[in-house]
Ligand binder design. Structure first.
Ligand code: NAD
Ligand code: ZN
Length: 359
């Protein structure tokens, strides 16, 4: 059952970052047209994958009345790599892109991460716009200026901070998104509620809630507030990595498996494990820990990890670029809304957290 809840969230129209706006639907498209008038771009390139080409491109073409050059890549995390970047740079070159060209990233986090990266490195950087088309990319990947690609199985190993000139949030694109992808995006919304203590209990009490524009806007606002304080992740931005130390490693490990996990699916497991670790060394109430686990398991079915899977995951954590000198650094919760970063965690406790997850 899907419930739409408009009551608990306030309406948001524009979210301003330090360098660009996040705008919604028609206001976003109108603003893009205004920007284009002032910046005299030479050509417009839209990066799509086969799904956003089929489901999202027509809407974009209707909304923007100028000629768009389409560049298509294959969908999926597996393609967020250097080979695809080379294809994209070749395509831009062959289609005559110059320093006054604009790249429009129309897709999920794979396209906004990689499209931002290739635009920022093409001819020493050309402008780009993010138009996220998945829930996860709306509330997370398309904002915050992190762009990048994976190196072999190491997530986001290559990349740079680079701002889009605009982000357009148009929830109409979500109509064609699968339930599985919607749930994956929800993991990040729930993470935001844990780290900020905003709507945590409400979300727990409404597991059937599906997220409307206001909910999405609130989640974006929260991430934006943190980024405004600490764009380059020296301190509070690290809170956004809750669930991600273990989650990223699970995601990397699953890239090599037949049944690959989506980003949010891996992060959901990471949040359960890291909540358990929080309860053990930071005193997070065990009832809250159980609530987080039970809530997430309503959305994500359990995955079985063997001992060797867990060892492999722990090895990947040691290579996480956020860890100094290969000592795993965690973001943990003392309570909902009270987080700590750069916490050392013993390998045995990571192992133990998987037993808690499996139980
Ligand atoms: N830069 C950041 O701060 C940040 C934050 C979180 C996640 N990420 C990255 O985001 C990526 C995951 O993003 P994602 O979950 O959006 O995955 P994704 O980009 O792979 O998209 C998921 C799937 O949905 C399809 N799709 C996209 N829009 C659709 C639509 N409207 N209708 C139907 N199908 C559609 C895509 O083709 C793809 O098959 C990961 O690479 C992750 O590392 C980055
Ligand atoms: Zn994430």
């Amino acid at each position: 059952m899907l419930l739409i809840c408009n009551l608990i969230f306030k309406q948001v129209n524009i979210i301003s970052t330090d360098n660009y706006d996040i705008r919604f639907k028609d206001d976003g498209y109108d603003h893009l047209k205004k920007l284009i008038k002032t910046k005299s771009y030479s050509k417009f390139f839209v990066i799509v994958d086969e799904n956003t080409k089929e489901f999202c491109l027509t809407r974009l073409q209707e909304k923007l009345s100028f000629k768009l050059e389409i560049i298509e890549i294959n969908s999926g995390e597996i393609n967020k790599n250097l080979n695809t970047c080379i294809d994209l740079w070749n395509n831009l070159t062959n289609l005559g892109a110059d320093r006054k060209s604009l790249v429009i990233n129309l897709g999920g986090g794979v396209i906004t991460d990689m499209g931002g990266f290739i635009a920022s490195t093409f001819k020493r950087g050309i402008n780009f716009v993010n138009i996220p088309t998945t829930l996860l990319s709306m509330v997370d990947a398309s904002i915050g200026s992190k762009t990048g690609i994976n190196l072999n199985s190491i997530k986001n190993q290559i990349g740079l901070f680079s701002d889009p000139i605009l982000v357009i949030i148009d929830t109409n694109y979500l109509i064609t998104l699968s339930k599985r992808e919607l749930r994956s995006g929800y993991a990040e919304i729930f993470k935001h509620s844990i780290i900020s203590n905003s709507n945590f209990e409400k979300l727990i009490e409404n597991p059937d809630l599906i997220y409307d524009e206001n909910i999405i806007a609130n989640s974006i606002e929260l991430k934006n507030k943190i980024i405004k304080e600490d764009k380059h992740e020296a301190n509070v931005r690290k809170y956004l990595n809750f669930g991600h130390t273990i989650g990223h490693a699970i995601e990397s490990q699953s890239l090599k498996q037949k049944n690959k996990l989506l980003h949010g699916e891996a992060i959901a497991i990471g949040m359960i494990c890291e909540s358990y670790i929080s309860s053990k060394i930071k005193g997070l109430n065990t009832e809250v820990t159980d609530k987080i686990k039970m809530h997430l398991l309503k959305f994500f079915s359990k995955v079985k990890f063997s001992k060797s899977d867990i060892s492999e995951i722990i090895n990947l954590i040691k290579f996480d670029k956020k860890n100094h000198l290969y000592t795993p650094k965690f973001v943990l919760a003392k309570s909902i809304g009270k987080m700590e970063f750069d916490v050392d965690v013993d390998e045995n406790l990571i192992f133990e957290s998987f037993s808690y997850y499996h139980k």
